[in-house]
Design a protein around this ligand. Sequence first.
Ligand code: ADP
Ligand code: MG
Length: 338
Amino acid sequence: MITLENLSKSFRSTSGSIVALDDVTLDVPAGVIAGVVGPSGAGKSTLARVLSLRERPDSGVFRLDGLNTGTLDERTTRIARSRIGVVPAGGSLLGQRTAAGNVALPLEQAGMDGPQRRERVGKVLDLIGLTNHAATYPDDLTAGQRQRVAVGRALVGEPAVVLADDPTAGLDDDGAAGVLAVLDRARAELGATVLVATQDTSVVRRIADDVAVLEHGRLLESGRLLELVQDPDSLVAQAVLPAIDPATRSDYPGVADVVLVGFAAIGSLLPEAASRFGTDISVIGGGVTRIGETPVARFRLGLAGDRTDSALGWLAERGGSVRHLARGPRGSVSDRAA
Ligand code: ADP
Ligand code: MG
């Protein structure tokens, strides 16, 4: 469990002081994959460095399982650091070492050798899907495989927390998917808490349980992703849900947007609402995506019938997030909260 309380950090520059983290308060429960998103310069890497205990905040508290890391001496800081695996931005493997040799490095530095080390490295190579490339040098691996080795090196000490700074940067789709699958396995098989800093909201959509949005060092939004997508004002929801073409025209007397979470809701709620209330409900925009394993739909609906409000109310009672839209001239639609 990671707890951040009012964390702030500034850097001095020639043009004055740069606030990289501004009063950030955030909880990341154990065993969760949390995405930290935001544009370049938002403070993501600074947050990752503070959490890796490489950098101290100016003020505020970072607790690891309740332990205030700011109060530790050098020796206990080293122990706390060993519980945190870091996948640095840009990877940086040693070119003269094999994949296995790179994964083994932290264990060598910690003085572990012999069969115990071989067993750990073997287990991690299996987890990152590179058992057959144990003896391959970085130059002969793909960029995605190299990044999986960097993740393996962060995992080999069996850390409680894994920090990955921009782990899919520069990778193609397959490479990125492979790295994210490894981070997901790290959580599932090692029980690690994983923090992924990224600019790419599709990374969040694919693996995050929780999400935190940073901008100019400030936390704009945080929470469970599947809850935030139900909030019409959520920034994350706008970024991860299927887009609705703003030019969508409708000849229906009523228009509404709904967000539906889960296979059952998406498959059955609209037809059931239509038949219960004698309402004509048509999908005129939006679509279905996946958040992790869960299908999530955002639809723009065209509605006709006497009881459309009751039908929408019924949908909302069943967990659909519903937003009424006003119809403008010539069938254009504009936002109006229900
Ligand atoms: P992100 O990873 O989201 O792109 P960073 O944490 O790298 O953001 O940077 C946040 C802000 O802090 C930026 O304005 C950046 O220029 C500044 N910054 C980060 N590290 C340093 C540093 N070591 N010295 C000076 N400024 C820094
Ligand atoms: Mg960064």
